[in-house]
Design a protein around this ligand. Structure first.
Ligand code: 5GP
Ligand code: ZN
Length: 112
């Protein structure tokens, strides 16, 4: 089988290790390896989309789904009241390093 070069595709396929906290048919959420807040998860669609800039109209549901995963994570972790931050970095000047669409879920520190 050919090697999948994308790091997050490999994590989604369980070919690379990650601390997975949530998964369903469309998305996976796992701990960021270099956490920038006490809680730092990455919500990643299973399907490879490079970035926000590469989204197509038909990806609307996928993006909405990722935000619903964020909502579920917030509820599961008892963070709905205190709050959390959900954000996506896009492109070199947006600070994107891994080119597989992902949403950072940050909590436990004011301002994320
Ligand atoms: P970006 O800057 O692309 O929005 O964020 C990429 C994130 O992926 C960074 O916060 C970085 O710490 C995280 N990351 C990079 N490599 C790995 C890895 O191998 N495993 C996990 N779990 N996170 C990673
Ligand atoms: Zn990928």
């Amino acid at each position: 089988m050919p090697e999948v070069p994308c790091l997050f595709c490999r994590i989604v396929a369980r070919e690379s290790p990650a601390e997975i906290e949530y998964e369903d048919d469309l998305a996976v959420a796992f701990k960021d390896i270099y956490p920038k807040a006490p809680t730092h998860l990455l919500i990643v669609p299973r399907r490879h989309v490079e970035s926000v800039a590469m989204l197509r109209d038909e990806d609307l549901g996928l993006v909405g789904h990722c935000f619903m995963v964020a909502k579920r994570l917030g509820e599961r972790k008892g963070l709905a009241e205190r709050g959390y931050r959900v954000n996506a970095n896009c492109g070199p000047e947006g600070g994107q390093v891994v080119y597989h669409l992902h949403f950072h879920f940050l909590a436990g520190r004011r301002g994320g």
